[in-house]
Design a protein around this ligand. Structure first.
Ligand SMILES: Nc1ncnc2c1ncn2[C@@H]1O[C@H](COP(=O)(O)OP(=O)(O)OP(=O)(O)O)[C@@H](O)[C@H]1O
Length: 247
C-alpha cells in the first residue's frame, strides 16, 4: 500500500523456552545432551499498516510482544512467518544501551552507533556537534559510557537516532527513562517529524503519553493484535480491559 510507512503482514515470531529442571552436570549427562524445550509464539499472525506521517503507539500489558515486534521492525529479529515492509529509512532506539559499547567513550560510541545506523564517518563528523548538543551530555562525552546514568544513555542514543534523519523512527519505552526536560525535547521532535510527514512508532505504558503523542495505536495481547486504529479508541479499549487496574 502506497500510504503505509510500514506494512506488517501475518507476522509470527517464535522463541524456544528451555526447561532445565535439574541444573547438575550429572543430570545433563544423563539426558545425553538433549535439551527439553517448548516453542513459544511471542507474536502470532500480526497484521497492520502504520500510516505514513503518523505517530503510532504500540500498547499492551507486560509480555504482550511489543518489544519483540519493534525488534522485528528493526531487523534484530526475523519472524518465522509473515513479512514487514518499511517504506523509507528506518532508525530504531531500543533498549537502554543497545548499540553502545560500555568501555568506549560517548564520543567513540557516537561513531560506532552512527555507523550501525548507516552513517558514514564524514556524516557523523558533520553532525557530531549537533548530536552532542541535543544529547546534553557534552561534559561527559569523553567518559566511558559504562559510567553514564540510564537517562544519559537514552539521551545520547536518541540524539544519534534522530540525526540519522530517518523517515521512520522506532522508539521503545526508553523515553520514560529521560527527565521532564528531555521528554519535552522528544515531544517537540516528534511534533516536528509529524510536520515533516515522517513516521514515529513508539512503545509506552504511559497512556497519557500515547494519548498526547499518538494519532494511531495498536493493542497487543499475548502476541496477538486485538485492535488497531485511532489512538483514542484503541487506548479506551485497552484501559477498559484492565478494569480497575489503571494502565
Ligand atoms: N529472547 C527471548 N527468548 C525467549 N522469550 C522471549 C525472548 N524475548 C521475549 N520473549 C518472550 O516474549 C514475550 C513478549 O516479550 P516482549 O518483551 O516483546 O513483551 P513486551 O510487550 O515488550 O513487554 P513489556 O511491556 O514488559 O516490555 C514474553 O513472554 C517474553 O518472555
Amino acid at each position: 500500500m502506497s500510504d503505509a510507512a510500514v506494512a506488517v503482514r501475518d507476522v509470527s515470531k517464535k522463541f524456544r523456552l528451555y526447561h532445565e529442571r535439574n541444573q547438575s552436570l550429572k543430570s545433563a549427562i544423563m539426558r545425553r545432551r538433549t535439551s527439553v524445550y517448548e516453542d513459544f509464539w511471542a507474536l502470532e499472525d500480526v497484521s497492520f499498516d502504520v500510516p505514513e506521517g503518523s505517530t503510532f503507539g504500540l500498547i499492551g500489558s507486560n509480555g504482550s510482544g511489543k518489544s519483540t515486534l519493534l525488534k522485528c521492525l528493526a531487523k534484530i529479529y526475523y519472524p518465522e512467518k509473515g513479512s514487514i515492509t518499511a517504506n523509507g529509512k528506518l532508525a530504531a532506539l531500543l533498549e537502554v544501551g543497545s548499540g553502545f559499547h560500555p568501555e568506549l567513550s560517548g564520543r567513540e560510541n557516537i561513531y560506532l552507533n552512527g555507523s550501525i545506523l548507516g552513517m558514514g564517518k564524514k556524516e557523523v563528523d558533520a553532525k557530531f556537534d549537533a548530536i552532542v548538543d541535543f544529547s546534553g551530555v557534552e561534559h561527559f562525552i569523553d567518559q566511558p559510557v559504562k559510567n553514564y546514568s540510564s537517562g544519559m544513555y537514552v539521551r545520547l542514543g536518541f540524539a544519534i537516532a534522530i540525526h540519522v534523519d530517518p523517515d521512520i523512527l522506532v522508539v521503545d519505552e526508553v523515553l520514560a527513562v529521560g527527565d521532564a526536560e528531555f521528554q519535552e525535547k522528544c515531544r517537540q521532535k516528534f511534533a516536528e517529524y509529524k510536520r515533516l510527514g515522517k513516521t514515529v512508532i513508539l512503545v509506552s505504558h504511559a497512556m497519557d503519553t500515547v494519548r498526547d503523542m499518538c494519532d494511531h495505536a495498536a493493542w497487543l495481547r499475548n502476541g496477538r493484535l486485538l485492535q488497531v486504529g485511532p489512538a483514542d479508541a484503541t487506548i479506551a479499549a485497552y484501559t477498559a480491559s484492565l478494569g480497575d487496574h489503571p494502565a
